[in-house]
Design a protein around this ligand. Structure first.
Ligand code: ACO
Length: 333
């Protein structure tokens, strides 16, 4: 690891948005062999927001982006770049980052999508910080947004209970001299040997779309839930340990942990491992379920709006997801 002087970049504005449609556990009970009690006990999720089939991801992402830019006090002309983390772009080509750039009127900011599943926003934050370090921008929009309903099999009780749609965005800008805030440490990792624990078998280049793919529902997510659970606790724990170590501070210094919102039991196990009490952990998965790369920016926006996240706090972000991928960031808010 090369030593660099941090902080280079800080988050100056956050925004989030979800589609209006809601799907409660009570509604899932009507179509699946499951119960509200089972879902709540095993996951902590009570409700998710689900976009209409004809509702684009860009439509709600745009609201999140505008909110983040307004809070940061920047206009589209100030943006040097857009990093957009997603596994469910509105279309395959071009990137949804370019669609967002056009919708915002942010020309000629560079723009691209990044695929890292649930830690996507944490990866994107690190990529944007790196872009800043190499002189490719002073103000960068970092987005995490998903329309997971597009890749979730409504007939599969393993996955249908977990996932929701949503968008989150943050404005990252270069730290000014004398400013005591920003990203203090990051840690990213992956293990491609675990790919088959959570994947979409069909519809890609290796198994292109055919009637058979659709009939066999191979265009939907397949998940080995129990194995993902174990790998997730391990990944979150290891990556939090490493980010705290790199930040050079004891776990007690963390004022707020904002984890990926996948399952309350995974969050509790990872927080316990890190030595962080649940009173310092922000959770909103009861309302939104797992929104993948939108989950952390959605939680940060809400934590800020509720007055839980305050300037000067030491915050840790920790996420894991399909790949397997994981990542943690420690920052001073
Ligand atoms: N409703 C009722 N019963 C269920 C349901 C359901 N929705 N799902 C499973 N069951 C049953 C099982 O059939 C099993 O029954 P059995 O004991 O008779 O065999 C029993 O409940 C226990 O099943 P487990 O799979 O062991 O349940 P578990 O406690 O592990 O919970 C869950 C399942 C919620 C999927 C959990 O494993 C989990 O959250 N895993 C992590 C998933 C995750 O976070 N995925 C996202 C990754 S991030 C990304 O990149 C998208």
């Amino acid at each position: 690891m090369i030593d660099i002087t941090r902080p280079i970049a800080c988050i100056t504005g956050m925004g989030s948005a979800v589609p209006e449609g809601r799907l409660t556990n009570a509604e899932l009970e009507k179509t699946l062999d499951t119960t509200d009690e089972w879902i709540t006990d095993r996951t902590g999720i009570r409700c998710r927001h689900i976009a209409r089939p004809d509702e684009s991801m860009l439509s709600y992402t745009l609201k999140a982006a505008h909110q983040a830019m307004e809070q940061a006090g920047v206009t589209a002309a100030d943006l040097d770049g857009i990093v957009f983390a997603t596994v469910t772009p509105d279309r395959r080509l071009p990137s949804v980052a370019c669609d967002l750039q056009a919708a915002l009127g942010a020309k000629p900011a560079w723009a691209f999508d990044l695929v890292a599943a649930c830690p996507g926003w944490v990866y994107a934050l690190s990529v944007a910080e790196g872009m800043m370090a190499t002189g490719l921008g002073e103000t960068i929009l970092v987005v995490g947004a998903e329309k997971l309903s597009m890749i979730t099999d409504r007939d599969d009780r393993n996955t249908a209970i977990l996932f929701g749609d949503g968008a989150g965005a943050g404005v990252l800008r270069r730290v000014r001299p004398g400013e005591d805030r920003g990203i203090l440490a990051t840690y990213l990792g992956a293990d491609g040997d675990l790919a088959d624990l959570l994947y979409i078998p069909g519809g890609g280049a290796a198994d292109p779309f055919t009637e058979e793919v659709l009939r066999e529902r191979r265009h939907y997510m397949k998940m080995a839930g129990r194995e993902v659970f174990k790998a997730a606790v391990l990944a979150m724990s290891r990556s939090s340990d490493e980010a705290i170590r790199r930040a050079g501070m004891p776990p007690e210094s963390i004022d707020l942990l904002v984890p990926h919102q996948a399952n309350l039991r995974i969050i509790e196990a990872a927080a316990k491992h890190a030595g962080i009490p649940m009173s310092k952990v922000f959770c909103n998965l009861d309302r939104y379920g797992n929104t993948s790369s939108a989950s952390i920016p959605l939680a940060l926006t809400q934590a800020q709006a509720e007055g839980v996240l305050k300037p000067g706090m030491i915050v840790m972000l920790a996420a894991f997801g399909a790949g397997f991928t994981w990542g943690s960031v420690v920052l001073r808010w």
